[in-house]
Design a protein around this ligand. Structure first.
Ligand SMILES: CC(C)(COP(=O)(O)OP(=O)(O)OC[C@H]1O[C@@H](n2cnc3c(N)ncnc32)[C@H](O)[C@@H]1OP(=O)(O)O)[C@@H](O)C(=O)NCCC(=O)NCCS
Length: 149
């Protein structure tokens, strides 16, 4: 059945729902209290819904011309259908309307799927932080990416 997808701006009351999705997507999810801080000043959280059901979300932080893509998650059973692209495009559009000149992000070096998505959306690698992220055993590098507007 074709999906009728809508994008909605989320508020702090949606944090538990976000946390549920975050925990299903990431091996090291953000805590509920960390996610709650993403509804503070300078943040925007967008949810992608099929009717009432949230299939994904993305979080933008923007301070004037400097935007940061803080997180993006698509429910595992809905991945690979263009929803990640849709959420990234929505954040880029929002940041552009708010006067962004650049958007930054950090991603695990092993996260090939996300890196491929970001490249497709115009991000390029601009740096690397060695041993930045926790793994079950040891650490892994963070890739820093940037998209200019
Ligand atoms: C990263 C993520 C948001 C992508 O969402 P998605 O809905 O699956 O992505 P899309 O279907 O929009 O695909 C967009 C692009 O991503 C890449 N991609 C998607 N699935 C892929 C796969 N299985 N392998 C490699 N690249 C893949 C492709 O470049 C794809 O573009 P294409 O379809 O034109 O080839 C999703 O996989 C996710 O939630 N992952 C877990 C959370 C996470 O890692 N977030 C990023 C934190 S920095």
């Amino acid at each position: 059945m074709p999906m009728t997808l809508t994008l909605k701006t989320l508020s702090k009351e949606d944090a538990p729902k976000l946390h549920e999705l975050e925990s299903a997507c990431h091996s090291f999810p953000m805590s509920l209290s960390n996610l709650e801080t993403c509804f503070g000043r300078f943040y925007h959280v967008i949810g992608l819904f099929d009717d009432e059901e949230m299939l994904g979300f993305s979080i933008l932080h923007q301070l004037f011309e400097d935007a940061t893509l803080m997180d993006i998650c698509v429910r595992p059973d809905a991945q690979g259908q263009g929803l990640g692209k849709r959420l990234t495009e929505a954040l880029i559009e929002l940041a552009a309307t708010q006067g962004a000149e650049r958007m930054m992000l950090e991603v695990r070096a092993s996260n090939e799927r996300a890196i491929a998505l970001y490249r497709q959306m115009g991000f390029e690698q601009v740096g690397m932080r060695a041993n930045y992220y926790q793994l079950e055993q040891g650490k892994e590098d963070a890739i820093l990416m940037e998209r200019l507007f």
